[in-house]
Design a protein around this ligand. Structure first.
Ligand SMILES: C[S@@+](CC[C@H](N)C(=O)[O-])C[C@H]1O[C@@H](n2cnc3c(N)ncnc32)[C@H](O)[C@@H]1O
Length: 328
């Protein structure tokens, strides 16, 4: 294999997936109205998300990074390292710890799947510069399109990774469909490496998912959803009439990130032919972070034809990385 190759493939019609009107309409017609998660990651949103990961209170990145640093060698030994696909790879800053351990062993192909073309291009460049022996084939589009694009005629097993507890940024139905799609895509012997933020007291989540007093990373990331809708769908959201706040709903064990209307208002989304009537206090959902109960999570994944092969759990922060293998 040639070294240091980069290729980025549009797997979902270049920019077309951004304009998935039925998907956005279904979200906006919900109660409360919801903006699908990927719409938060235009070029600006992707950078704003990076600034969230730098908040000391955002423990997910720090804890996962620590787990990978401590266990990358062991994980690399277990996963074989020939082909690693990652759903929602973002900057891949943590994944590079694992990829570094992989390329010490053998030539590795990394297939990041993300809606952010900017992040795919930047991370591919950085990774191939830092890690000789790594080939990067970025798949630009949404998860399902990326998974459908993974070649299934290669003898080399593949590992599908979802890090950052990204699997939790979904509704129950989306998660169910995504896990089934992953199970259908993988062949016996392939791996599924997935991190999960586990249940904890509400205060821990509310401190993590809201800005400290001196920072505004979450607020800017959440409000940018509206800027993106204004630009792409001809909407007229006035950002100053929304207050960003996340709360933990213990009934559904989900952090819900909302933009609360600070006054009565009607918003027009011209390209969607839609008007949103919001009363003061109504909210728009711009983010979900499901918190997993470990035994239930392992049972749910196993029920789709996987066996748990290994797990690495940070006992202090109750955050885990789990390796499953697709069974026959
Ligand atoms: C919460 S960030 C996590 C990034 C990285 N995995 C980490 O742990 O820091 C979510 C990433 O998934 C991407 N993403 C979100 N929804 C997606 C979808 N439906 N299809 C493809 N990428 C998606 C975003 O662009 C972003 O890079």
């Amino acid at each position: 294999m040639e070294q240091n190759q980069i290729e980025i493939l549009a797997v979902e019609g270049e920019e077309a997936f951004w304009d998935d009107r039925p998907d956005l309409l279904a979200g906006l017609r919900g109660t409360p109205p919801r903006v699908p998660a990927y719409l938060g990651y235009d070029a600006v949103g992707s950078h704003l998300f990076e600034s969230i990961t730098e908040l000391p209170s955002y423990y997910l990145t720090r804890v996962e990074h620590g787990l990978l640093q401590r266990h990358a060698e062991e994980i690399a030994g277990l996963i074989g390292c020939g082909r690693i696909a990652e759903l929602g790879s973002g900057s891949a800053k943590k994944t590079r710890v694992l990829l570094a351990a992989c390329v010490q062993r053998r030539a590795t192909t990394y297939l990041p799947i993300d809606v952010s073309r900017e992040m795919l291009a930047t991370s591919a460049r950085e990774l191939t510069t830092e890690l000789p022996g790594l080939r990067v084939q970025g798949l630009w589009g949404r998860y399902e399109a990326g998974l459908a694009h993974l070649p299934d005629d290669e003898p080399e097993p593949v590992v599908v990774a979802i890090l950052g507890s990204n699997l939790g940024n979904t509704t129950f139905e989306e998660r169910d469909a995504l896990l089934s799609k992953i199970a259908d895509t993988l062949r016996p012997g392939d791996g599924f490496l997935v991190s999960a933020d586990l249940q904890k007291p509400a205060e821990v989540f509310e401190a993590c998912y809201n800005d400290p007093l001196d920072r505004s990373a979450f607020a800017r990331f959440r409000l940018n959803h509206l800027t993106h809708l204004n630009r792409r769908f001809g909407a007229n959201f006035a950002l100053e009439y929304f207050y960003p706040r996340a709360h933990y709903d213990s009934a559904t064990t989900t952090v819900q990130a909302h933009l609360h209307a600070t006054e009565d208002q009607t918003v027009a989304l011209r390209e969607l032919d839609l008007e949103l009537v919001l009363r003061r206090g109504d909210s728009l959902n711009v983010g979900l972070a499901y918190k997993f109960h470990r035994p239930q999570f392992v049972a749910d994944v196993s029920a789709r034809g996987f066996e748990l092969s290994a797990q690495w759990i940070d006992a202090v922060w109750q955050y885990g990385i789990f390796l499953f293998v697709r069974s026959d």
